[in-house]
Design a protein around this ligand. Structure first.
Ligand code: FE2
Ligand code: FE2
Length: 296
């Protein structure tokens, strides 16, 4: 068996050993999965975890969500956001909590989570910009799109170090280095784990295709939003790694990827890219550290 195949088998076995999410997320998943789910029932469970309730309120009041009035109570937040959006937020925080206690010598976790948080907010902002209806999965997919990197760092540390070294010395993309060393990528790994955790299909697909939405046959437009959210997050100065290749907005505006995105019905030329980037930067500065504090 070659090395890549051996690595892949090892990886699949290790992923199967990763424990499930905490009980509160499972309870909320069950409640939301039930057609007769009520706000009262959901509120009762969330209220048991005050830190979680506060986080939901902070997200609901974030400038990126675009609500005009301020939301001060959990019940109000649940009604305004809707059950599915709340489910997304709760799951997002569960995943973040699950991985937040570990330290890493391989890559900067604070930088990683900043990239993830900004991306979750940018995904919401783009969803609104492009009038996307039923966009309750965007926050969650934006937040966890790169979680496969943390899985690699924690459960496949040696190979993860090699990947990072490969990125630096070959000026390659992260996915290229992953394929070279592991034969699989952070988005495939994340999709496998999310399936194991019974996450909604559309979220799994958005995570799986965040670098290549053209392969997503069923949820294409949502995957494009996460693909763009990742790029706009980087253009706004919040890349995931220090040594990452910079994205040139001019080159991006003239790429074949943009052709695909425009053909899929998105209005996106160089001017729009520039305007959206500055709008996102502005929203980040309005929010200050507020949104970053969500994950402390
Ligand atoms: Fe990624
Ligand atoms: Fe990313």
């Amino acid at each position: 068996m070659n090395k890549i195949k051996r690595n892949k088998n090892k990886l699949v076995k290790r992923i199967q050993q990763i424990p499930t999410l905490p009980i509160i997320s499972q309870k909320i998943m069950t409640i939301v999965g039930n057609e007769n789910a009520s706000f009262e029932e959901l509120a009762r469970i969330i209220e048991k975890d005050q830190a979680l309730a506060i986080k939901i309120l902070k997200v609901a009041n974030s400038a990126f969500y675009g609500f005009l009035s301020s939301i001060s109570s959990l019940e109000h937040a649940l009604v305004i956001l809707g059950i599915n959006e709340v489910k997304s937020i709760v799951l997002g925080f569960s995943v973040q909590n699950f991985f937040s206690h570990s330290e890493s010598d391989a890559f900067d976790r604070t930088r990683f989570w900043k990239h993830a948080i900004i991306c979750s907010q940018v995904a919401k902002l783009l969803g609104r910009h492009y009038n996307m209806r039923d966009d309750d999965s965007l926050f969650l997919a934006g937040l966890i799109h790169d979680m496969g990197k943390v899985v690699l760092d924690e459960y496949f540390h040696e190979e993860f170090l090699q990947i990072i070294k490969h990125v630096c010395s070959n000026n390659s993309t992260f996915s290229e280095a992953e394929r070279e060393i592991l034969g699989t990528t952070h988005y495939q790994i994340a999709a496998t784990l999310l399936k194991q955790w019974d996450f909604p299909d559309k979220v799994i697909m958005q995570v799986l295709y965040h670098h290549a939405p053209w392969y997503d046959e069923n949820y294409g437009t949502k995957s494009i939003i996460i693909y763009l959210a990742n790029i706009f997050t980087k253009l706004s100065g919040y890349s995931c790694h220090t040594d990452e290749k910079q994205i040139d907005p001019h080159a991006f505006a003239n790429s074949s990827e943009i052709d695909f995105i425009i053909k899929s019905g998105f209005d996106l030329d160089y001017e729009t890219i520039k305007n959206l980037t500055s709008h996102i930067r502005e929203s980040i500065s309005v929010e200050g550290d507020n949104i970053m504090r969500l994950f402390e």
